[in-house]
Unconditional design. Structure first.
Length: 176
């Protein structure tokens, strides 16, 4: 089935925008994963102190002291796991973005499944520790999920209606 028959032009712009957003997120995640890999064989506390100095943050700040204290307990194995997980998450974003930019139906399904699958985790993270950034990402992901799901459901209704002879209801479509 061609892409022009399956999605309205107004939806195409929205899907392209979401696809580009997903690719941008994937690129940012790759940068984070590489940054974490760079920390594997370095003293994390020294690196943090360097950035505290570069950013001209008060090293006696209680949050900086807490961050430094926590950095002593981070192991190489934890950093490696974080990097691998971040690369994997980036790959999911690249898959979503690519599928949407190519206007493939699988890209829409993939986006609904992946984005919807992470919403409960994002909710848990907000309940565990609220930040405006976490809330912003949750709201963006809910909007993306609802938008792409609505497109899929609309396309399904259109396809089900087109499959039935004129004037007749498709009995299979009605039972789903």
């Amino acid at each position: 089935m061609g892409s022009s028959a399956r999605s309205k032009p107004s939806h195409s712009r929205g899907l392209i925008l979401i696809g580009a957003f997903k690719l941008l997120e994937g690129c940012l995640l790759i940068a984070v994963a590489i940054g974490v890999l760079d920390l594997l064989h370095r003293d994390l506390a020294v690196v943090l102190l360097h950035w505290v100095d570069v950013l001209r943050v008060d090293p006696d700040n209680k949050y900086i002291q807490l961050l430094l204290a926590k950095s002593f307990s981070v192991t190489t194995r934890q950093l490696a796991a974080l990097s691998i997980g971040t690369f994997f998450y980036a790959a999911l974003h690249f898959g979503e973005g690519t599928g949407l930019l190519l206007r493939k139906r699988w890209g829409e399904y993939f986006t609904v499944i992946i984005t919807g699958g992470f919403i409960p985790l994002e909710l848990y993270e907000i309940v565990r520790r609220f930040t405006v950034i976490k809330l912003s990402f949750l709201l963006i992901n809910i909007a993306i999920f609802v938008y792409v799901l609505a497109i899929l459901l609309s396309a399904r209704r259109t396809e089900d209606g087109a499959a039935a002879p004129k004037g007749e209801r498709n009995p299979v479509a009605g039972s789903m």
